[in-house]
Ligand binder design. Structure first.
Ligand code: ATP
Ligand code: MG
Length: 302
């Protein structure tokens, strides 16, 4: 695909899956197996298109880094085996590693629990010019913590603050925090990889039946399936309460890995393309310096 075609497809895919206003968002209407966003892309051709897309992404990222004004924060949330790791690996594969940092957030450590819930992620926010990727994030605080009240009970929040509006307050804090980030040049894009319960089952069985995938399997993940409906309610409430124009959620169908990957790549390409990035222009004194450096290099004996 030519870069212009890729940019057009990326713009379209971004529009299809973006939730910029969460009121009325209904997760049940989002089909995890859907793959219609790129009408003419077939599974067999997907790797080639992804490679072309990653090339466009790498060019945009070079400009982002050179310009050093914007930061990009990409947040990935999903049920286990939805493909977060694979998406991050494939979509970011062609990018200059110096301009990109991935952080995974697991159950918090004792030190992390001694701080407010956004402390650990705030420390890892991307600097200007950088793409920061959060594999899980502060959103776990309104997901797993909501599904498992015992986790909240173990957090050291003063009792007086543990009212029934705690999660409403967290949504509000997150909205304000993301709005603050956007006012400061951090572009926040959030991905929910929407896998179905059936497809998760199939992937767990594949992990169990393939020795090379055994390391990915955790018995705990199967137990967690019992809370599937609770998680879906928590995801829906999260998206309803925290989707905004400046920090949209993208609900990406995740039952077909090839499709998930090109769709996420499309959203990231569209995000960077919308910033009007360009290499810094050198003029005046700096240009004169370049010319004089050139003259002295040419004057050196070969
Ligand atoms: P993989 O795809 O390899 O399984 P993962 O992201 O699921 O990667 P795990 O080692 O399984 O990594 O651990 C992540 C676990 O940590 C998840 O169950 C997640 O819900 C939990 N977790 C993350 N943040 C928090 C938090 N703030 N409080 C409690 N649990 C959390
Ligand atoms: Mg896991």
């Amino acid at each position: 695909m030519e870069p212009a075609e890729i940019l057009a497809a990326a713009g379209k895919i971004s529009q299809i899956y973006a939730v910029t206003d969460g009121s009325g968002f209904d997760l049940r209407k989002c089909n995890p197996a859907e793959k219609d966003g790129f009408a003419n892309i077939k599974k067999a051709d997907a790797p080639e298109h992804l490679e072309d897309g990653v090339g466009v992404l790498a060019d945009l990222q070079e400009k982002l880094y050179a310009q050093d004004h914007w930061s990009i924060l990409l947040i990935f949330q999903a049920m286990d085996a939805a493909g977060k790791d694979g998406v991050i690996k494939h979509v970011m594969s062609g990018i200059n590693p110096q301009g990109c940092a991935v952080h995974s957030f697991k159950a918090p450590s004792a030190e992390e629990l001694d701080h407010d819930f956004m402390w650990r992620t705030t420390r890892q926010l991307p600097a200007r010019g950088m793409i920061g990727i959060f594999n899980r994030s502060y959103y776990e605080e309104v997901l797993v913590v909501r599904v498992h009240p015992e986790i909240l009970a173990a957090q050291k929040i003063p009792k007086d603050l543990l009212g029934k509006d705690l999660f409403e307050t967290r949504y509000e804090d997150i909205r304000r925090f993301e709005s603050y980030l956007s006012h400061n040049g951090t572009v926040v894009r959030k991905f929910f990889l929407n896998v179905s319960k059936d497809e998760q089952r199939r992937r767990f069985l594949e992990r169990i039946d393939t020795p090379e995938k055994h390391w990915k399997f955790a018995a705990r993940d199967v137990a967690e399936r019992q809370h599937w409906d609770g998680y879906m309610d928590a995801y829906q409430a999260m998206i309803r309460n925290t989707a905004s124009k400046s920090a949209p959620w993208y609900v990406i169908p995740a039952d077909n890995k090839w499709y998930t990957r090109i769709a996420v790549a499309g959203v990231i390409i569209d995000t960077l393309a919308s910033l009007g990035l360009h290499y810094p222009k050198v003029a005046g004194k700096r240009l004169a310096e370049l010319q004089s450096a050139r003259a002295s290099l040419l004057a050196e004996k070969a």
